[in-house]
Write a protein that binds this ligand. Structure first.
Ligand SMILES: NC(=O)c1ccc[n+]([C@@H]2O[C@H](COP(=O)([O-])OP(=O)(O)OC[C@H]3O[C@@H](n4cnc5c(N)ncnc54)[C@H](OP(=O)(O)O)[C@@H]3O)[C@@H](O)[C@H]2O)c1
Length: 484
């Protein structure tokens, strides 16, 4: 049995803690899942007495917990676990005070969750080490973004590595905490029906879409320096791609799964300046209407110098050069102010070589569709006879839902519950290893350099659509279309 631990949240007063981390911890406490967890110590720069902090958390939980999940009874014991201590990231005395608070033989373990500006990660780790509050049972959780390019990511990783072992470092991509992403492993490796067909002999193309209907909202300044490629593709989309494309691991242990994901990322063909012209599309939303509401364009919202060099949409045709995937395009797209909010992975199987039926063989294909949000489910699109007393047989699509209908409320959880529980228990399977993150950045950096070299234009799209026409053309020139 691993020793009990205290969880220290840097950024304990911030948006992420308020909306995600503290509600997730409340739910873990409710279900008595986090047995190793002793205390939750939130930190921020302000001086706030424990009782006042608890009052604020109580109000926030009532707002941000899923409907019907608030419970006075659960709160009465959860609140006892909650503490607050003042830490300014660069103030050594604050870490010494933390050390006194942590000095607890009952819970020798420590898990530091860095939910604050990534530019502070190095400083926080250095100060934790200097104050001698890192021991052999200590781990660290790092929120994204880990840098804005390979060099800055390596710098953060290096600073963290001077204090924490890689096997105690948990890099979060909350998409990996989704039940359906884990179910994808079950579907792929648990079903002889699918496993042999998960390759280029049978799969025509793979599509990964992460669509947001919101704009940059209050994050315009951050976003103006970041853009869709860095903000979404480097982490979420490439993580999903690596799980779809990986070879079967030799076991479900973290190291074995991450080795295979890493190999898939390494097989991604770099998109240099020549390829970028035909394989990438950059877009930027202009004014339009989303869900019936008129909205402004990005440039009206982000009045920054570099804003006109920032894409809010990107589509990519990626290629994986290995035996399994050679010749299968992976179409990736993500953007803001699109027609609706959804994330999904589509595995589209090859077309019929010719049609016995009245349908055009190009018209209908089998697809495995993995929906990640807003609802999580998996469905298989098959073809059946169109019913009726007609002379000619024709096909129609029929969707088979592979989601467990008995999945009850108790089986539903937020991705942060899964990830916090795993980090507390020291299970790294659903976290990104250093080499994965850096390999992903290397691939992204090549695209950014190619865009700079080519002066790749950013094409406007109306808010409320699925991006610029060029994104449709990216698949259409190959005789394919995005699944909508
Ligand atoms: N919000 C999200 O949904 C989300 C999603 C994914 C990833 N993230 C990542 O999570 C991290 C936090 O995001 P957020 O949205 O929660 O940010 P936020 O609302 O701006 O909160 C920042 C937190 O950091 C603390 N902080 C700021 N400067 C500090 C300093 N010098 N020393 C000590 N503490 C300091 C703030 O505390 P005080 O102001 O009280 O001192 C506050 O608790 C970022 O890396 C972000 O990219 C956020």
């Amino acid at each position: 049995m691993k020793p009990k631990l205290d969880l220290v949240i840097f950024g304990g007063t911030g948006d992420l803690s308020t909306r995600k981390l503290l509600p997730a911890l409340f739910q873990l406490h409710r279900h008595q899942l986090a047995e190793r967890l002793h205390r939750i110590i939130a930190t921020g720069r302000a001086t706030i007495p424990d009782e006042k902090f608890r009052d604020t958390v109580r109000d926030n939980l009532q707002t941000f917990l899923p409907a019907g999940e608030w419970s006075e009874e659960v709160w009465s014991t959860f609140r006892e676990r909650l503490h607050y201590t003042t830490i300014n990231a660069s103030e050594p005395a604050d870490y010494l005070a933390l050390g006194q608070l942590l000095d607890n033989a009952q819970a020798p373990g420590r898990l530091y969750y860095l939910a604050t500006l990534p530019s502070l990660y190095g400083e926080i780790c250095r100060q934790l080490h200097a104050a001698a509050v890192v021991n052999e049972h200590s781990g660290v959780v790092l929120e994204k973004p880990l840098g804005h390019d390979l060099a800055s990511c390596q710098e953060i990783n290096e600073q963290v590595a001077q204090v924490f072992l890689e096997e105690h470092t948990f890099r979060i991509d909350h998409y990996l905490g989704k039940e359906t992403v884990q179910n994808l492993l079950a579907v792929r490796f648990g079903n002889p029906l699918f496993s042999p067909m998960w390759r280029n002999n049978f799969v025509d193309n793979v599509q990964i879409t992460v669509a947001e209907d919101i704009g940059v909202e209050g994050r315009a300044d951050y976003y103006a320096k970041t853009g869709a490629l860095r903000d979404m593709v480097q982490n979420h989309l490439l993580q999903l791609l690596s799980i779809v494309a990986m070879e079967p691991p030799v076991s479900l242990r973290a190291a074995d799964i991450r080795d295979e994901k890493m190999k898939a990322l390494r097989a991604l063909v770099p998109i240099n300046a020549d390829k970028a012209r035909e394989c990438t599309v950059r877009g930027r939303y202009s004014a339009g209407a989303v869900n019936g509401t008129a909205v402004k364009g990005f440039l009206e919202e982000a009045e920054f110098e570099s804003a006109d060099a920032t894409e809010t949409f990107v589509a990519i045709k990626a290629t994986i050069n290995n035996w399994r995937w050679a010749g299968v395009p992976f179409y990736l797209r993500t953007g803001k102010r699109l027609s609706r909010r959804y994330s999904e992975i589509v595995i589209e199987y090859k077309r019929l070589p010719f049609s016995l039926f009245t349908n055009d063989p190009n018209e209908l294909t089998n697809k495995l569709v993995i929906h990640l949000q807003p609802e999580e489910s998996i469905s298989l699109h098959t073809l059946n006879k169109k019913p009726g007393l007609t002379n000619k047989l024709s096909l129609q699509p029929v969707e088979l839902h592979l989601t467990d209908a008995s999945r009850g409320k108790a089986d539903r959880y937020d991705a942060y519950e899964r990830l916090l529980l795993d980090a507390i228990n020291g299970d790294q399977t659903l976290f990104m290893r250093r080499d994965e993150v850096e390999t992903a950045w290397r691939w992204i950096d090549t695209i950014i350099e190619a865009w700079e070299q080519n002066g790749t234009p950013i094409k406007d799209y109306n808010s409320g659509t699925m991006g610029p026409n060029a994104a449709t053309a990216l698949a259409a020139v190959d005789g394919r279309s995005w699944y909508e």
